[in-house]
Design a protein around this ligand. Structure first.
Ligand SMILES: C[S@@+](CC[C@H](N)C(=O)[O-])C[C@H]1O[C@@H](n2cnc3c(N)ncnc32)[C@H](O)[C@@H]1O
Length: 343
């Protein structure tokens, strides 16, 4: 039996810390299950450390499993707890392809907290059954790109769709500046996405880059794609069966101005938007691909989202550790999370 304690990242949500810990427990359980390791028991111990969570396993956590655990959203440091109560630090391997500052630098109203975004990415990753060697992650409502930056940090190819064209321009400017400042080799290309009749649906920005110069020279690049468009056109924007992970923080019931001519009034229902967008998202995912969506329970209920997903042909993950994520963000947002896999 091995006994471990993870010291929680000091930047973790301190206001709702108890809930944050409970949510992170599910994430850690999912990450480890994805590595074939069952966790016995979560206990909150004092241990003389600031906030931490502890658990037991049958086998030592090392290699790929340790790497996966080190990527957990609340991870700061790992200790092994010995029978006599001694703690010994376990050196965490480097799992990040790009520095974490990539998703931390930008601060703006409407940003999804980068640790929560990482939690969603980890959950989707642990549920993904595509078996792809290189994963492609899409955020079809990407805001100013937190999910995309987290995906790059994980070493994935990433794609984003965002209706707010001002934000799309800001993402482009930020990415280019970040890569130039960090002296990362990169190539920027502009492409077009067309519909079945060959009519242009959107411009697409494509950046190819690598954190390592030798990888770039050998063509082992990570792709970053971005379209300024309505996500309801995703069927033309995403290549069919191309994505392994779909991770998105849905609009919280606030107005989302539509560019679609048939919609002249402002649609305040994020659920309607989701219903209209899901066919294109489903088409873009590979079979076995996993989806993680967060949403405000004040605007839509987990059960309603689950019904839409099941209707679209997704298998909703409705047992632990993929349930029990409801948590308060502020007075107007009671955030929940749903996981599903494309059958
Ligand atoms: C909660 S925010 C996502 C924030 C993002 N995760 C971040 O950290 O920047 C939801 C996003 O959905 C976008 N959105 C709303 N309706 C859309 C649509 N029809 N197509 C594409 N994006 C849309 C909004 O503009 C907003 O940026």
């Amino acid at each position: 039996m091995f006994h471990y304690a993870i010291l929680a990242h000091p930047g973790h949500n301190r206001i709702y810390f108890q809930t944050a810990l409970a949510v992170a427990n599910h994430e850690i359980e999912a990450i480890m299950a994805g590595q074939g390791i069952t966790l016995r028991r979560f206990t909150e111990l004092t241990l003389g450390l600031p906030a931490c969570i502890s658990f037991e396993t049958d086998q030592a956590i090392e290699g790929e499993a340790l790497k996966a655990l080190a990527a957990a959203s609340l991870f700061y440091a790992l200790f092994q707890i010995h029978e006599d109560g001694r703690l010994s630090p376990v050196a965490a391997p480097q799992w990040q392809h790009f520095p974490e500052s990539l998703s931390q630098i930008l601060k703006y109203t409407g940003k999804t907290n980068e640790q929560f975004t990482r939690l969603m990415v980890n959950l989707a990753h642990s549920a993904c059954r595509t078996g792809s060697e290189r994963l492609r992650l899409v955020d079809p409502m990407c805001g100013k790109g937190t999910t995309l930056y987290e995906g790059l940090i994980h070493g994935f190819d990433v794609e984003g769709i965002e209706i707010n064209t001002k934000w799309v321009q800001e993402i482009q400017a930020y990415m280019v500046k970040f890569l130039k400042t960090g002296k990362y080799k990169h190539k920027l290309v502009k492409a077009k996405r067309n519909d079945a009749k060959g009519k242009k649906v959107a411009d697409q920005l494509v950046i190819e880059t690598a954190a390592d110069k030798a990888d770039y020279a050998a063509g082992r690049v990570q792709q970053f794609k971005l379209c300024g468009a309505d996500t309801r056109q995703a069927q033309w924007l995403l290549k069919r069966n191309s994505c392994d992970l779909l991770v998105s923080d849905l609009p919280y019931g606030v107005q989302h101005g539509s560019k679609n001519a048939k919609d002249t009034k402002l649609d305040r229902s994020a659920l309607t938007l989701l219903e209209e967008a899901l066919p294109g998202w489903h088409q873009g995912l590979k079979s076995g691909g996993a989806l993680a969506l967060s949403f405000n329970e004040f605007t839509m209920k987990w059960k309603e989202v689950a019904e839409l997903l099941a209707h679209q042909g997704f298998e909703v993950l409705d047992t632990p550790p993929y349930t029990g994520f409801l948590h308060r963000v502020d007075q107007s947002i009671n955030r929940n999370l749903i996981l599903a896999v494309k059958a």
